[in-house]
Design a protein around this ligand. Structure first.
Ligand SMILES: [Zn+2]
Length: 271
């Protein structure tokens, strides 16, 4: 594990920070209070690839005070057309470590930690307990559901995105900020059976994860600032960059969901 940290007082901003966040202070729904909230926030970003690259740039620029980056892979030349955190000279280096150095260059007043590791169930359980919000920028459903399921159990907010060719999806689960987690739909409610991974797509244009990753960062900022006009729980944003169409789809709790049904039944038994 590698960590860069600042020693500035959490309760006030240095002169440099005042300048760095000048435009945020002037933004009506942001201000110094919002900046202070972001400074005190801790997020875990899993995956520093096509989605994680733009998301990490904007989350660091926004001033999220504590960011941990998890990625077990090294920088590859064939991924640089979309993984904009890295350059040719970084090929072969651990992505999480290079990402840390890159975003720390952008914002020296936040604390960034890198973890070069692949998360299994036990490690996921241990790790996410320490964060306010988990940002899933991975590229496979196994990792996505591992993170989601643990966020459900530990009542953590969870923002996940995925892409395919010129389309994307964005979901925001508010398990922490809701007062009645047991009544919320979970991600498994959408399917009779949890979907399985397809072979990875070899055709990707960099702008697709770029746009979706920035939207993901925007929703992280909204949740951390408690803005009401954020993507809601049980809403999915679908992004069609071919037709330039953005659509929000609502879904409902599935009473026969294999994942959250047991908790509903156990609640009913106590009425
Ligand atoms: Zn469910």
């Amino acid at each position: 594990m590698s960590q860069n940290s600042n020693s500035s007082n959490l309760e006030k901003f240095t002169k440099e920070e005042e300048l760095f966040y000048d435009k945020h202070f002037a933004f009506p729904r942001f201000g110094k209070d919002g900046q202070q909230s972001l400074k005190k926030s801790s997020i875990l970003v899993v995956g520093a690839g096509g989605l994680g690259s733009p998301a990490l740039f904007y989350l660091a620029g926004a001033g999220v005070g504590n960011i941990t980056i998890v990625d077990s892979d090294c920088v590859e030349l064939g991924n640089l057309q979309r993984q904009i955190l890295y350059g040719v000279s970084d090929v072969g280096k651990p992505k999480a470590q290079v990402a840390l150095e890159r975003i720390q260059k952008q914002n020296a007043w936040i604390s960034v930690t890198s973890l070069v590791e692949r998360l299994d169930a036990t490690r996921t359980r241990e790790l996410i307990a320490n964060y306010d919000l988990i940002v899933d920028c991975t590229d496979n459903l196994t990792s996505k559901f591992l993170l989601h399921d643990e966020c459900y159990r530990q009542k953590k907010n969870f923002i996940t995105a995925s892409i395919f060719h010129l389309s994307g999806q964005l979901l925001s689960f508010h398990y922490k900020t809701s007062s009645a987690t047991v009544d919320l739909a979970c991600w498994h409610c959408l399917w009779k059976q949890t979907p399985k991974d397809n072979p990875p797509a070899n055709s990707i244009i960099g702008t697709t994860p770029g746009i979706v990753g920035v939207l993901q960062a925007q929703e992280v900022i909204k949740v951390l600032l408690h803005w009401k006009n954020r993507l809601q729980h049980q809403e999915m944003l679908t992004i069609n960059l071919s037709a330039l169409e953005f659509l929000k789809i609502k879904w409902h709790k599935n009473p026969t969901c294999h994942f959250c049904r047991i908790k509903i039944e156990s609640k009913d038994n106590h009425k």
